[in-house]
Structures are given as structure tokens and as C-alpha cells.
Design a protein around this ligand. Structure first.
Ligand code: AMP
Ligand code: GLY
Length: 424
């Protein structure tokens, strides 16, 4: 069968790598792809927001299955555009992708269906938000309602900081129209866990757990980024936590979406905080995580195309998801200066070393081909992934593998997965 993958980051490279292992797949395309994906798929220069063009391409090439990576593409209705042409596509429709696209929607959903999350209020008016902040406890959390590239969350320690935050989001529109509405949320503490799950509209099956590192610098300092590294599984996600989440969070969310007339088909990413009072939902995403996917898929034992098809056909019940009893760590190699100013266009050396080694992977994020040579082309350049028998082994392997790669201004965090030292 012919498969199209939409996106061009490390997440899509990991998806393409996994799809390429399916015996069913004879030809793979990726739009727009990157230099790493180009080794597995034919890359086509169509942007992820060009929903009609993507659907026209899929119809013309008689693509059997399309997999959508990025949230903005889903929020723009790419799945609806494909379905309108009778094409098979994996991802939520626009009316279900709103679970990520609007924090006010997802908070109201959780409240209505009693899904555990932080207490909150929604505001459309800056003056009312500022009035509320006079009596709210601190720290407090401000969230722009819409998609803001993972940057629309401010944790404010004082009233003055919070007022400045409200003004930045609602009046100065620092995150554009994402700030038309504001959610003010109770501040919670505890380890964070990412759980990705396949959904067919009726049921949900979780993959293994993972943990991201969002801040740019060691010790969780510096600015928020798209994610500087991940590990899987996380020992904080115990069987007890899993049982709680299965009962009170995962299936209840899918049931709630169905009851609202917004059946969720695709990957639901549940961001959890394991608070002293139990697991709480921090956020939902309507897609695979980046860089969670890079550590979850190398541990998955199923043919992923079977799972995608079961989700589309509503037969996920028949799939037994299986993950290896090992661990994986991803260390992101970024351009120094990310997430602010950085240079690009530097040649990357050492990529071929990964081809000779089992259990080591390099997923491209911001790379491109320049006269046949792979060069840096973004803030997050590569995700270096290694598996191991346990997390410590996987971490040692991943860090050793980061040394195989060189490019000018290479930057990484040195403490990915360090949090596990306190529990293992
Ligand atoms: P979100 O985009 O909603 O996941 O928020 C981004 C990050 O902000 C999360 O990964 C947390 O580290 C932090 N955060 C979000 N909501 C809260 C909260 N209610 N309490 C404490 N930290 C939070
Ligand atoms: N790693 C967080 C995300 O994909 O949003």
C-alpha cells in the first residue's frame, strides 16, 4: 500500500521509520519531510497547512493511508479535507482536534465529565481576569486558550507578575488570537508524565509512558522549548497510577468526546501531573508527542500500520498493543541559542555511524539537504535515541551516541533522564 505522512520533524521521522517496517507498505511519501525522512520516503514540497493541496495530492497518487503529524494541520481541518475526498486518513477531525486547540474547551470538558484536573476559570475580559487575580492563591498559572507552539503557559509567582501576564496575553496579544480567551489555573506540583494512546472513536489503548524535558537548560532552567529530550518508560508511572488513569481519565475522555458528538480517532496525548492528591490532567494533545514518539515507537512491537487501520475502522478492540521490556532515551541535539536566536546551514558529520549499530537511531528534526550534504536547518536539529535493558543503560548509550555526531554550535542538555536517579 501507498502511505503519506504529513509533517517534517523528528516525530514524523520516527513515524516514517516505524511505518517503513510494515510489510504492507510498498511506497511512502512525506510532505514536506526532511533530510532524514528523504532516505525512507519521497518528500513532496507541500506545507502542513495546505490541507486542500495535500488531499489533492493523496487523491492523485491514490494514497491508501495518510498519517497526520502536526497539531496545526489537524486544527486546520486536514482530516476533514481528506474525508471529503473519500480518502483514508489517521488523525482527529477538526471538531475533535479542538481538545488540543482550545484549553477552555478541554477544561470545560473535564469539568463536565468529572475528569481530574486543576481547578480553573475562563476569562474573555482582561479586567475580570485581573479582578480575579486579586484573591487567587500564588503561584498561579495563566494559559492562552489557543495553539501557541507550546509557549502559551505562564507560571506567575506574584499578583504583579500575573497582571503583566494577562496584559501580555490578552491586550498585547503576545500569542496572537490564542490569547482571545484566558484560562487561569490552580498551580500543581509533581512529576510530569506523557501518555500517548491510540483511539478509534469508541475505545482507547495506551502506549508505554514517557517523560519530556521542556526547558532549554540543565536542571530544568532556561526557556521552554519544544522538548530537549525524553525517556521511556518513566518509573513514576506505576501500575497504581495506570489503574487510576484508566478508570478516571482515559476512557472517560473518549466517552466524553463521543457524547459531545466529537468522536476522537487518532492519537490522544495525555499530559499528566502526578500530584500529591493523585494524577491530574495538565493538557491534552490531539497527536503524537515530539520528542515522546522518538522513544515510544522504537519500543513498540506491533506493525503500526495495522494499528492505524484499526483506529480508522473502529476495530481497535482486536489489537493487542505490545511494548518491549526495555527502555529508551532521546537526547535532542539543538543549535546553540535555541529557542531564541541561532544560526543554521552547518554541515552535519557522523550520521552514517548509526546505520551500523542496532538499538541506536538518529531522527532528523531541523535538517535539509544542501548539494547532497545534510546541514542544520532549525533549532532542534536531531534526536539521538538509544535503547538499553533499563533506563540507566539506555541513557549511557544515548549520551555515548551523541558524541558520534558533530556540527558547529551543537548544543544538548546533559541531564536527560536524571530524575530517575532519585527513584531507581
Ligand atoms: P501545558 O502546555 O498546558 O502542558 O503547560 C506547559 C507546562 O507548564 C507543563 O508541562 C507544566 O510544566 C506547566 N504547567 C501547566 N499547567 C500547570 C499547572 N496547573 N500547575 C503547574 N504547572 C503547570
Ligand atoms: N513533547 C510535548 C509535545 O509534543 O507537545
Amino acid at each position: 500500500m501507498k502511505v503519506l505522512i504529513v509533517g517534517g520533524g523528528g516525530r514524523e521521522h520516527a513515524i516514517a521509520w516505524k511505518v517503513a517496517q510494515s510489510k504492507k507498505v510498498t511506497k511512502m511519501y512525506c510532505a514536506p519531510g526532511n533530510a532524514g525522512i528523504a532516505e525512507l520516503a519521497e518528500c513532496v514540497p507541500i506545507g502542513v497547512m495546505e490541507t486542500e493541496k495535500l488531499a489533492e495530492f493523496a487523491a492523485k497518487e491514490k494514497i491508501d493511508l495518510t498519517i497526520i503529524g502536526p497539531d496545526d494541520s489537524l486544527g486546520a481541518g486536514v482530516v476533514d479535507a481528506f474525508e471529503a475526498k473519500g480518502l483514508r486518513v489517521f488523525g482527529p477531525r477538526k471538531n475533535a482536534a479542538i481538545i488540543e486547540g482550545s484549553k477552555a474547551f478541554s477544561k470545560d470538558l473535564m469539568k463536565k465529565y468529572h475528569i481530574p484536573t486543576a481547578a480553573y476559570e475562563v476569562f474573555t475580559d482582561a479586567a475580570a481576569a485581573i479582578e480575579y487575580l486579586k484573591t487567587s492563591p500564588y503561584p498561579t498559572v495563566l494559559k492562552a486558550d489557543g495553539l501557541a507552539l507550546g509557549k502559551g503557559v505562564l507560571i506567575c509567582n506574584t499578583y504583579d507578575e500575573a497582571v503583566a501576564g494577562v496584559k501580555a496575553i490578552m491586550e498585547d496579544k503576545q500569542f496572537g488570537s490564542a490569547g482571545d480567551k484566558l484560562v487561569i489555573e490552580e498551580f500543581m506540583t509533581g512529576p510530569e508524565v506523557s501518555v500517548l494512546a491510540f483511539c478509534d472513536g469508541n475505545i482507547i489503548k495506551t502506549m508505554t509512558s514517557a517523560q519530556d524535558h521542556k526547558r532549554a537548560k540543565d536542571g530544568d532552567r532556561g526557556l521552554n522549548t519544544g522538548g530537549m529530550g525524553t525517556f521511556s518508560p518513566t518509573p513514576f508511572y506505576t501500575e497504581e497510577v495506570d489503574a487510576f488513569c484508566k478508570k478516571y481519565i482515559y476512557q472517560p475522555t473518549i466517552d466524553a468526546m463521543k457524547a459531545e458528538g466529537r468522536p476522537f480517532v487518532g492519537v490522544l496525548f495525555v499530559g499528566l501531573m502526578l500530584t500529591p492528591n493523585g494524577p491530574r490532567v495538565l493538557e491534552y494533545n490531539a497527536r503524537f508527542g515530539d520528542p515522546e514518539t522518538q522513544v515510544v515507537l522504537p519500543r513498540m512491537e506491533n506493525d503500526i500500520v495495522d494499528v492505524f487501520e484499526a483506529c480508522i475502522d473502529g476495530t481497535l478492540d482486536a489489537i493487542d498493543l505490545k511494548f518491549a521490556d526495555n527502555a529508551a532515551v532521546c537526547v535532542v541535539l539543538a543549535s546553540d541559542g535555541y529557542p531564541e536566536h541561532y544560526e543554521k546551514g552547518f554541515p552535519i558529520e557522523g550520521l552514517d555511524t548509526f546505520k551500523e549499530k542496532d538499538g541506536y537511531y538518529v531522527f532528523h528534526a531541523g535538517t535539509k539537504l544542501d548539494n547532497g550534504k545534510v546541514v542544520t536547518n532549525g533549532g532542534r536539529v536531531l534526536g539521538v535515541v538509544a535503547v538499553g535493558d533499563d533506563l540507566k543503560g539506555a541513557r549511557a548509550n544515548a549520551y555515548a551516541a551523541t558524541e558520534w555526531i558533530s556540527f558547529a554550535n551543537k548544543y544538548k542538555r546533559n541531564d536527560i533522564g536524571k530524575a530517575i536517579d532519585s527513584v531507581q
